[in-house]
Design a protein around this ligand. Structure first.
Ligand SMILES: Cc1cc2nc3c(=O)[nH]c(=O)nc-3n(C[C@H](O)[C@H](O)[C@H](O)COP(=O)(O)OP(=O)(O)OC[C@H]3O[C@@H](n4cnc5c(N)ncnc54)[C@H](O)[C@@H]3O)c2cc1C
Length: 365
């Protein structure tokens, strides 16, 4: 079987990895470099965590996600998980910080509920006046995306996969298995995997009714000098509480302190609106600041735009069209499942069980 994988984000790279390990002749096409900073997987890092609120199916799949990463670390010879654990901050009763803590409790996952006064002692960047409760989970941390992509691309090339960077696929014939590059080169494959992230709908316009690309941005900040050590030792913050829909990655492995929020996003085609406006850093901080003390003393060092794609209910998506399998480990929470998604997609190509892939990816059980 000859397989083309379109997209060198975490879903495409991991699928190519799992296919190559299984001895399948694989060609990976990526329109930019690997890692591609314009793709959702091209940022410095992403959070892996066990806590989910209402999407319990994903919480139940995290053990498999960890197993798949461990298998990948063995292959590439490096572990790119910074296992800092994570915090959930609650500002109001019933907010996402509390809902996620409940999800951990319901599933019997390890966690410690820390009263506000003790939390502020341990994590002095928190705002004593606003924080109501903090939950610490020892499992979880930051996946270093750019190192993962670089090492996966090297592993793929060394193990017989053809990796074609800077090669955009312009058209796909799902029935014949032919793909045409933007430069006009045509090649034929037995199967095609489309893992094009926020660009999926330009390759498969039929998906426009179920997938919508969005644009967001993240802000890198320099904390006040006396809080630098506390941040450097901090777990990742999965939820900043209240209505903020925010998260924070502490400075790890040479990458700065990063703030992001699902409140700062709008619908946009992935190649549009990629320039950052001067006020965006302040807008991001505005959503997240209630949980943190002395936010006026932080300095914005960089703001970066990001493109991702959503289904209506934020569950991932897979579809079969002729010889093509489309996979979208989409929205703001798909990276952590990348290695596991890759193994699952590869398995479906090899054993032909599309229904099993759909069940796993959609995670409704
Ligand atoms: C700001 C932000 C924060 C997030 N935080 C988290 C988090 O903490 N934890 C988590 O688990 N997830 C998180 N996510 C989600 C996660 O980043 C995505 O779910 C995941 O990276 C998607 O990977 P992908 O491979 O499907 O898509 P992408 O990474 O976007 O990869 C798609 C690739 O396909 C390439 N491509 C597109 N079209 C073509 C073509 N025609 N020909 C060739 N190549 C093509 C693109 O260049 C791109 O590199 C976050 C997302 C964002 C934007």
């Amino acid at each position: 079987m000859r397989v083309a994988v379109i997209g060198g984000g975490i879903a495409g790279l991991s699928t190519a990895w799992a296919l190559t390990r299984a001895g399948v002749e694989t060609t990976l096409f990526e329109r930019g470099p690997i890692p591609n900073p314009l793709g959702a997987s091209g940022d410095h890092h992403r959070i892996i965590r066990r806590a989910y609120g209402s999407q319990g199916g994903y919480q139940r799949r995290i053990t498999e996600a960890y197993e798949a990463w461990a298998e990948m670390w063995d292959d590439i010879g490096k572990n790119h998980l910074v296992a800092s654990g994570f915090l959930l901050i609650s500002l109001h009763p019933g907010d996402m910080g509390e809902q996620m803590r409940q999800g951990l409790a319901d599933q019997g996952d390890p966690h410690e509920v820390i009263p506000a006064d003790e939390a502020v002692r341990r994590y002095p960047y928190l705002d004593a006046g606003n924080v109501r409760e903090v939950t610490f989970s020892p499992e979880g941390g930051a996946l270093m995306c750019r190192h993962i992509a670089t090492d996966l691309a090297l592993w793929l090339s060394a193990n017989g996969c053809t990796v074609r960077e800077n090669t955009e696929i312009a058209a796909i014939d799902h029935d014949s298995g032919e793909v045409r590059t933007a430069a006009g080169e045509i090649s034929g494959f037995d199967r095609i995997v489309i893992a094009a992230g926020a660009w999926a709908t330009s390759l498969v316009p039929d998906l426009q009714s179920v997938l919508t690309p969005w644009r967001t941005a993240v802000a890198y900040l320099e904390p006040p000098a006396d809080l630098a050590d506390a941040w450097a030792a901090s777990p990742v913050i999965l939820e900043t509480g209240g209505t903020s829909d925010g998260y924070v990655l502490p400075p790890v492995r040479g990458v700065g302190l990063k703030f992001g929020t699902g409140m700062h996003k709008y619908k946009s085609a992935p190649d549009e609106n990629r320039d950052v406006l001067p006020e965006e850093g302040t807008a991001i901080i505005g959503h997240i600041r209630p949980a943190f003390a002395r936010m006026d003393e932080y300095r914005i060092t960089n703001v970066v735009s990001c493109a991702y794609i959503f289904t209506r209910d934020e569950h991932f998506l897979t579809r079969r069209a002729g010889r093509s399998t489309i996979v979208s480990a989409c929205s703001g929470h798909g990276y952590k499942f990348g290695a596991a998604v890759g193994r699952r997609v590869a398995a479906s190509l090899i054993d032909g069980d599309d229904a099993a892939l759909t069940r796993w990816i959609e995670a409704r059980d």
